[in-house]
Write a protein that binds this ligand. Structure first.
Ligand code: ARG
Length: 285
């Protein structure tokens, strides 16, 4: 038998480079599903708090093992969704746009995150308009993609564009199961994305096709297991292990998919990306 070093398909795969990241995460010690603000949340269904912590610890250990830095914010009792750090703010060029939550149950999370950033010397702009942080703001190389339809107010998109000084592209979500942009779209590298077309309005689908003709498109089953709620460092992509079509597609494009199991957090409508807020660049201090 002859051993080939590379198949033709492999030879075409682009070489992928990981860039070390800095993330902010919140341990799910107070996690529970005791209210319902999205179709995944069924308060009558039991949650296993210990398992939630174990699954979350595996995620943080994967990040550390890949060489990323992880900061932790102290979880506040009475804020069971605070584990979803992605919603806590949006950080670009070391500048922080605070979150302003849509539902009263989560409103107090915003201050906890504002204080965390201020204590570390970040410039924080307290948002005028409702926005749920990186749940609805995803940063690509050349623009910021911004979700609306369920949580973030479209007026926040203008506020973000002014504050960050980067172009913001609004996208409208239409399926209540995919209520945040990061449940329907993930940034893989500079200007490469994967997304679930049916989560978007027809006009937004047209925008995405135009901007990202080579994007990976998720199937219904990939989207339903929250496969798009993924975290990429440019090479490694952490996503729900059941998202098998996405995983195959990522391999074929030269990425290294790493499956994670966050079944407890999925009961609240969250997965890997929801737990992870990227801190882009250190504060200037
Ligand atoms: N239960 C939370 C909510 O509905 C889940 C938030 C998930 N976070 C995210 N970045 N998609 O607000």
């Amino acid at each position: 038998m002859t051993l080939t070093t590379s198949t033709p398909a492999r030879a075409q795969r682009p070489a992928r480079t990981a860039r070390p990241r800095r993330y902010l995460m919140c341990p799910p010690v107070h996690f529970d599903v005791c209210y319902s603000i999205n179709p995944w949340m069924e308060p009558e269904k039991p949650t296993d708090g210990r398992l939630a912590v174990v699954q979350w610890e595996r995620l943080i250990n994967l990040f550390l093992g890949l060489g990323h830095q992880v900061e932790q914010i102290h979880p506040v009792p009475g804020l069971p969704d605070m584990v979803f750090a992605a919603n806590g703010a949006t950080v670009v060029d070391g500048k922080v746009l605070s979150a302003r939550f849509r539902y009263p149950q989560r409103v107090d999370e915003a201050d906890a995150y504002i204080n965390w950033f201020r204590e570390r010397g970040y410039q924080v702009h307290e948002a005028e308009h409702i926005n749920e942080g990186e749940g609805d703001y995803l940063v690509t190389g050349s623009r910021i993609l911004a979700g609306t339809g369920f949580r973030t107010d479209p007026l926040s998109h203008d506020e973000a564009e002014r504050f960050f000084g980067r172009p913001v592209q609004s996208l409208t979500l239409v399926d209540p199961r995919f209520y945040h942009l990061d449940t329907a779209l993930a940034v893989l590298d500079y200007d490469e994305i994967m997304y679930y077309p049916k989560a978007f309005s027809a006009a937004s689908q047209a925008v995405l096709r135009e901007l990202y003709p080579d994007a990976i498109l998720a199937t219904d089953s990939d989207a339903e297991v929250f496969g798009l709620n993924a975290v990429s460092d440019g090479r490694h992509v952490l996503l729900a292990s059941q998202a098998s079509n996405l995983i195959d597609e990522l391999w074929s494009r030269g990425f290294v998919p790493i499956g994670v199991d966050l079944s407890e957090l999925l009961k609240s409508g969250g997965s890997a990306k929801c737990c992870t807020l990227e801190l882009r660049e250190l504060p200037a201090r």
